[in-house]
Design a protein around this ligand. Structure first.
Ligand SMILES: Nc1ncnc2c1ncn2[C@@H]1O[C@H](COP(=O)(O)OP(=O)(O)OP(=O)(O)O)[C@@H](O)[C@H]1O
Ligand SMILES: [Mg+2]
Length: 294
């Protein structure tokens, strides 16, 4: 399926099960989002989302501001628990993980947060080294080697590692966040708007790094982005969410799930408008909302 709503929910048997003595079926997805809904008090943000993400695949999640993209990433790593439904990683429900098991799971993920989320009181060096030290994965000499390699990879000049985040530009902070997320060689990288606020050259540098991580580390990637250039460069697949507030009670929230090449000519006009950056009906809707509000 290349367009329209998310695929039908799988039945209780997975495709790799019930094969008898025959050849093994296709592998189960590394990440499986099953019927996930998320609500914050009175506000419903996600409704009945179903997504299977294969090992090694890079999926871009797009959609307008507030439609629940960051919430989705946080659900994938267990920083938020869904109101209903479940998120499976490698076949196990992450809601059932506690303590050490949850830490082990998080070690398999790298997360580049939307606002970089660095520790303000630590230097750049200590920020990138943080996870390595926290989890005692190597000695200090190896920490030093990894930190300088990762900082070089993201194009940060030598000497910058002794600065604090407050002394950096937004783009530099983002790159430090990326170096930190990559330090532990994660199996899955979650990128929340990795290029927002960067100049075109730096945007391309980050896109290249995402591509490299995908190719050399064979990492699975989930990239939340507004940048169509990022989508074109890194995505194997694109999933588009639509804000629940503007959907009817039975409308699917995933309005596109398919290859990046299919976006421009998608059957759904909401998808075409978004990728072409056209305001379309939205200007009129926003004007109507303004006149309707007291
Ligand atoms: N912890 C929270 N508590 C209450 N509401 C929340 C929380 N996190 C997110 N929300 C709400 O959920 C909605 C979706 O938020 P989210 O951050 O996922 O949007 P987004 O699609 O990432 O938008 P953007 O493109 O602007 O980053 C927003 O209305 C937001 O206010
Ligand atoms: Mg967001």
């Amino acid at each position: 399926m290349t367009d329209g709503a998310s695929p039908p929910r799988p039945g209780p048997a997975r495709p790799d099960e019930d094969q008898g003595g025959g050849p093994p079926g296709p592998a189960a997805p590394l990440i499986e989002v099953r019927g996930v809904s998320m609500r914050f008090r009175a506000q419903s943000v996600l409704r009945d989302i179903n997504l299977g993400i294969e090992r090694g695949q890079t999926v871009c999640i797009i959609g307008e501001s507030g439609c629940g993209k960051t919430v989705m990433l946080k659900l994938l790593i267990g920083l938020l628990q869904p109101t209903s439904g479940s998120v499976l990683f490698d076949g196990g429900d992450i809601a059932s993980l506690r303590g050490k098991d949850l830490i082990k799971l998080r070690l398999r993920f790298g997360f580049l947060f939307q606002m970089a989320a660095l520790f303000d009181s630590l230097t750049v060096y200590d920020n990138v080294a943080f996870g390595l030290r926290e989890h005692h994965v190597c000695d200090e000499a190896e920490v030093k080697r990894i930190v300088s390699t990762r900082l070089q990879e993201v194009g940060l000049p030598a000497g910058l590692e002794w600065k604090k985040p407050a002394e950096l530009s937004g783009g530099q902070r983002k790159r430090v966040g990326l170096a930190r997320a990559l330090a532990l060689k994660p199996e899955v990288m979650l990128y929340d708007e990795p290029t927002t606020g960067l100049d075109p050259i730096m945007t391309d540098v980050i896109n290249e790094l995402i591509l490299q991580t995908k190719e050399s580390e064979k990492a699975t990637g989930i990239v939340v982005t507004h940048e169509m250039k990022t989508v074109a460069k890194v995505a194997d697949r694109v999933v588009m969410f639509y804000p629940l507030a503007r959907l009817g009670p039975d409308d699917p929230q995933v309005i596109y799930d398919g290859p990046p090449e299919g976006l421009e000519d998608a059957a759904d006009p909401r998808v075409r408008q978004f990728v072409r950056g056209e305001a379309g009906e939205r200007l009129r809707e926003m004007a109507q909302q303004r006149t309707a509000s007291p």
